[in-house]
Every structure is written in structure tokens, then in C-alpha cells.
Design a protein around this ligand. Sequence first.
Ligand SMILES: [Zn+2]
Ligand SMILES: [Zn+2]
Length: 355
Amino acid sequence: MSTTIPSTMHAWRKHKGNMEAVWEEIPVPTTPPTGFLIKLIASGVCRSDHNLLTNEVQPPWFQPAFTLGHEGSGTIVAIGSQVPTDSGFRIGDEIALLAVPGCGKDDCTECSRELQQLCAKGHHSGIGEDGFYAPYATIDVRGAVKIPKGVTPSQAAVATDAVTTAYHAIHRRGEIKKNETVFLFGLGGLGFNALQIIKAIGAKVLVSDVKQENLDEAIKIGVPVEDLVPVGKSVQEWVVERGWSGKIDVVADFVGTKQTFDDAQYIVVRQAGRMLCVGTLNHENTVHMKVGIRKRLSIIFSYGGQTRDLKEALDLIAQGVLNPQVADGKLADFPKVLKELEAGKVTGRIALLHE
Ligand SMILES: [Zn+2]
Ligand SMILES: [Zn+2]
């Protein structure tokens, strides 16, 4: 495949001191020695883009100006000189792009403990360093996963964050098993993926969400109506009335309000149960020491995901087990799409398509 790669391109960028995304002309990046130059196909828009634009208290790796976009899929157009020839990647391959694959070095305190998503040294695409709201981007070979047959570029793009984060939480952190009962709070972008991942495991899942339309989506994918807490009903009462007291092994909290965190500790989760925390709607919640100790609870936090999670998530999508909600938009419309997302007008995710 021969492609003429231009020398400059337009990208949506964050400039320190400016809370609006800037559409500006920048050089097309050069191919990194241990990675690829990618021609983007689709870029997923995430609520955290708003935070990246407006919150300037950020980790030290943040550049004064950088290209936004941390969910992407694209085509390999150039391969770095140090990428092993047996890497399995070729020019023309369509791949999903994991924004934070870590540095992968043996002496890295995070990567050596399999905590790549917490590594400060590797590249962070769209999170303080150049990302995917541009026609071209780079990716380290460790952040690249081939898109399996049957997965669209838009699905692959949103799989890199919204699905991978949910997958990591449910499988690696929550270690949810087939014979367990899970109570899931929240069917937003991440929570709806979590629901499908839990169902794929075969565990029993009970669901609470404040929006009826989200519960309707759950019914559509086969969750029995009796396993959904009616909107407006007290979760603690519902659990007692339905006979679930003392039977719920894990509460997966994709909301993270004081209410959900309290509900989980007091009534919902059984003795020696796990509370899996992913949502952060309230920045502070209360741990009830006597409840937690008497019930011998485990509180588990989860953040981000890894290449292996992305790979397994893409396989589940290819098998039709997981179907991330995604609609297509245009790269030029990024600010408008972000505002709609902020206003709660979007169900699932939007992927911006490149020309
Ligand atoms: Zn995100
Ligand atoms: Zn590292």
C-alpha cells in the first residue's frame, strides 16, 4: 500500500490557559522507533475530554499544548525501525489504539508490577500528550491491537477506553465469577459495557439506574425486569423485599455517589463481599468503619485498563457477546459533540470519523 503522507494536518488541541479546544495546524508526527504512524479512522469522544480541557491541575507529563483524543482506531502507515519483525503487524493493518500502554521497562515501578495504566513514563495519547483528534497519530507497539473481523472501526475506537476500563474492573479487579451475584449501579457509557461483560461471565446481575431509558436498554439485552430496581425505588428496600439480603457477592459501583456507596455497605453487599468502585460522581464518600469491619468487606478501586483487556474485549465484540453503544460523528464537530455529551444528550458513545 502506498500512501502520500502530508507534512502538516489540522488537530483539536488543548492549550494551557484556554478552556476551549483549538483547531490548529501542526506537523504530522514522525514514526516512533518502537511504534507506528497511524492514519486515524475513528476517535471516540469521552466525558473526560471536558475535564482535560477545563482542569489544569494535572500530572507533570502534561504538555503546554497537546492534541486531544484518547480513544482511537486507524491504519498502520509506517512502522518504526525497532519494532520486532515478528511483531505480527504490517502496513495496512487496522488496529485499535490503547492510549496509555505504559513504558514497558523492567525497571519501571509500575510496568514491572503490571500497572501499565499508572505508568508516568510511557506516552499518554490525548491525556497531556498528543492523541487521536487528528488525521495522524503515533502508537507504541505495546498499545496496538489488531481489530478482529466483525468489529467496526468505531466500535474498536470506543472499546479502547469505555469497554477496556469496564473489562479491567470486572475481570482483573472485581474477579467476578460465574456463580456470583453482582449488584450493578449505573448504566452510563462504562456501566452498560460492564453489564454485558458480567452477563458474558454468566454471573447473576441486578441493576439500578436513575433513567428509565437506560433500564429499557438493559431489558433489550435480556436482563429480566424483576432484576431491575424500578426508578425512584429505594435500593435498600428493594434488596430486602426481593430476598437478596445477604446474597450479593459484589457491588459494582459505576456511579460513586454518597447514596450508592452507603447502600453498598449497609445493606446490599453480603458479609465478606466486595465493593468495586469505578464511578466518581461524588469526590468524597463515607466509609462506615463498624459496618466494613463487622461485615469484613473489601473495597476495591479500579482505574483504566491494559492491552490484554482491550484484546479480550475486542474478541467479545467480534463474537457478538458485547455490543458497545456507539454512534458516528465527524471530527470537525468535536466541540459540539462534547457539549451534547456533557448535557447528557448522548446514549453510549460517539465516534468521530476521519475523512
Ligand atoms: Zn476517557
Ligand atoms: Zn512504565
